[in-house]
Design a protein around this ligand. Structure first.
Ligand SMILES: [Fe+2]
Length: 234
């Protein structure tokens, strides 16, 4: 079985195929991870924010749209997707801890190192194992249809870590839209704060913190925590 990293777009089902769309994001992630390793302080925070906005909606849409298909069509789909869900759970927890403890935390550099490591492992598991297996059972037409569904879900998925919600349906599918609205509003507020004069920036930062609190409450709604098992449930 050949890694999707070594195949042409045509072999992967053409430009709209879920495999081509996935690989495109993974290449962009690799570029951002190199940038993360080269930067420090607030510049590094800014790169981390861009990684968050790429990674969380990407993974959330995998968990709601792609992994259920893999569990349906592959006999060992459950074990295969559980491994990736555990990696996603660790990424959610690492980024939550990085944001909570700030730039001066003594654990920051170890957490960043681990984050880069897990994200790279996740890409390898998907490109070398999961997607080649999916490619055997789905034709190009189905890969393109799945690509459209994944892309649509990605655009309405959360852009920040939510370690408490379920990594599996129904909890993740139900929590996706409310969390996405809160996250994307926060993204706009934070972007405004970065450009705002210093006298109004504190109000923006307070609003952003308030929205983080709202997201925390949404995450804890029992229905949104239903669907996954002990390895990934918190
Ligand atoms: Fe992916």
């Amino acid at each position: 079985m050949r890694s999707i990293a070594d195949q042409t777009d045509d072999e992967l089902g053409g430009p709209g195929s879920v495999l081509v769309r996935q690989r495109r994001d993974h290449v962009e992630l690799d570029r951002l991870l190199h940038e993360l390793e080269r930067t420090t302080g607030t510049a590094q925070e800014e790169v981390l924010g861009r990684i968050d906005r790429l990674v969380f909606s990407h993974a959330f849409a995998e968990e709601t749209v792609l992994w259920p298909v893999i569990r349906r069509v592959l006999p060992d789909g459950d074990a295969l997707t559980l491994q990736v869900e555990e990696e996603h759970q660790e990424v959610n927890e690492l980024v939550t801890a990085l944001e909570r403890d700030g730039l001066d935390s003594p654990e920051r550099s170890a957490r960043l190192r681990r984050l880069v490591e897990v994200l790279r492992e996740d890409v390898r598991d998907e490109e070398d194992v999961l997607f080649p297996r999916l490619q055997v059972v789905l034709g190009p037409e189905e890969l393109r249809a799945l690509g459209r569904r994944w892309e649509l879900m990605r655009r309405i998925s959360p852009t920040r870590p939510h370690p408490t919600v379920s990594r599996r349906p129904p909890g993740n599918a139900l929590s996706g839209l409310p969390l996405s609205l809160v996250d994307r509003t926060r993204d706009l507020v934070d972007a405004g704060v970065r450009r705002a004069p210093e006298r109004i920036a504190p109000a923006g930062r307070a609003l952003s913190q308030g929205l983080a609190g709202v997201a925390g409450l949404i995450e804890r709604i029992p229905l949104f925590r239903s669907g996954d098992g002990p390895p990934t449930s918190r």
